[in-house]
Design a protein around this ligand. Structure first.
Ligand code: HEM
Length: 418
């Protein structure tokens, strides 16, 4: 098997249920150039080094073909919104991230998330209360994705941003379109960047209408905070707010749904850990389970779509030339035996767990202080309340994306809820 064909297999949906043996194969060549010219990096040390390397840009406009296309669009008079901060480099990235951080979570606004803890529990409790549909035999069938793992983070991010929950069918289509562009099997980089810019602009327009409908009224939500711009720095422009609100809405739920679902699937495959969580006598267990899930079954398998080299980069004996697209396979790095002992074992009791599930460096997940308690509460409550949960199908059907990976459905049967 050649290395290149290993990457093709990773992209192939038929390997979605278990890509990990393919990552083992991939790691034999830490840096490999694949068919479309992307340099794929799969070992822990190399990924971490590149995540911290200022010569690796997150701004797709630096790729010559994307830059030329964006310039052509300006010529045609079709400028979209400015890129959101996941797709920018310093100093732009740092300014936008700083302005958002002032309004979200520790250290500036810890109460924003702390104050949400009882809301999180309340939302989870209501969703589990609704697990009904008994078939007369006492058995209830539930889809953990549609009935739980999806509606939960959607409700949370709506509350945080001040977006009406009932608008979900509307923004879901646009959010799905943004996510799809992170999947390299859906088209070439130029075309995907165009689709992404369009989907972000559509979401931005949705947010613009939302703000207009408020007629300047401000609430306690994140959007209101950004609009008030109460900092010594120049506030975000309206376009920047719209673009970054779109990012938060998408990133705030499309990833957490997969972590919660991957989590429930993993717990059902490891009943001894599920039992420990159910017993509830180990206060730190939920936190350890979630960290181990971020290593063992992470929603974000790799980062690509736009990362590129601003200069030649010498790494693991290979020179990645300036102007090359790069994919960092986080999920492979977190299972690199050179970094972690017994990497293919799900072990919430490991002492050291510096996984790559939230990325690293300046783009380290902004939502981690929210995603962690969300997933801990979700899994703890499922473990406590579901009576005798069992999988209907293993493996479950997966979403097609190789980069943002998780089951499309997770059907389970239970004997009711406590
Ligand atoms: C960045 C994963 C939840 C907002 C990232 C990155 C990863 C990641 C791997 C790095 C991207 C890169 O370097 O290009 C996850 C996972 C989550 C999760 C696995 C859930 C389990 C959230 C939530 C939010 C969020 C709930 C929002 C409330 C962001 C943002 C960035 C980011 C805005 C960009 C940060 C920057 O560029 O500085 N996330 N995320 N994420 N995440 Fe998350």
């Amino acid at each position: 098997m050649t290395r290149t064909s290993t990457w093709q297999q990773i992209l192939d949906p038929s390997h979605r249920a278990d890509p990990y043996p393919l990552y083992t194969e991939l790691r034999k060549t830490p840096v490999v150039r694949v068919e479309d010219g992307t340099y794929v990096v799969s070992t822990y040390r190399e990924i971490v080094s590149l995540l911290h390397d200022p010569r690796l840009s997150s701004d797709a406009r630096n790729l010559p073909e994307v830059g030329a296309d964006v310039a052509a669009q300006y010529e045609e008079g079709l400028p979209g919104l400015p890129p959101n901060f996941i797709r920018t480099d310093p100093p732009e990235h740092d300014r936008l991230r700083r302005l958002l951080t002032r309004n979200f979570g520790p250290p500036h606004r810890p109460e924003r998330i702390d104050g949400m803890m009882s809301d999180l529990l309340g939302i989870v409790t209501r969703l589990i209360d609704d697990f009904t549909g008994e078939d007369g035999s006492g058995t209830v069938r539930v889809d953990i994705v549609d009935d739980f793992a999806y509606p939960f983070p959607v409700t949370v991010i709506c509350e945080l941003l001040g977006v009406p929950r009932e608008d979900e069918p509307r923004f879901q289509v646009m959010s799905g379109a943004v996510i799809e562009t992170a999947d390299p099997t859906t088209g070439g980089i130029v075309e995907r960047q165009r689709r992404r810019a369009k989907a972000v602009a559509d979401l931005g327009q949705y947010f613009a209408q939302l703000l207009d409908a408020r007629h300047g009224r401000r609430g306690d939500d994140l959007l209101s905070g950004l609009l008030s711009g109460d900092s010594d720095e120049a506030p975000m422009s309206r376009e920047e707010i719209l673009s970054n609100a779109a990012l938060l809405l998408v990133a705030g739920h499309e990833t957490t749904v997969n972590l919660v679902t991957n989590g429930m699937l993993t717990l059902l495959r490891h009943p001894e850990v599920l039992d420990r969580l159910r017993r509830g006598d180990e206060p730190d267990l939920a936190a350890h389970v979630v960290e181990e899930l971020l290593r063992y079954e992470p929603p974000v398998q790799f980062l690509s779509s736009g990362r590129n080299t601003l200069d030649d980069i010498e790494i693991a004996g290979t020179t990645i030339p300036k102007g090359s697209p790069v994919a960092l396979v986080l999920a492979s790095g977190s299972r690199d035996p050179g970094f972690v002992t017994d990497p293919d074992r799900f072990d919430p009791d490991r002492e050291h767990n510096e996984h790559l599930g939230f990325g690293g460096g300046i783009h380290y997940c902004f939502g981690a202080p929210l995603a962690r308690p969300e997933t801990q509460i979700a899994l703890t409550q499922l473990a406590h309340r579901l009576k005798n949960p069992r999988l209907v199908a293993d493996p479950p059907p997966y979403r097609t994306s190789p980069s943002l990976r998780g089951p499309r459905h997770l059907l389970i049967e239970i004997d009711g809820v406590d």
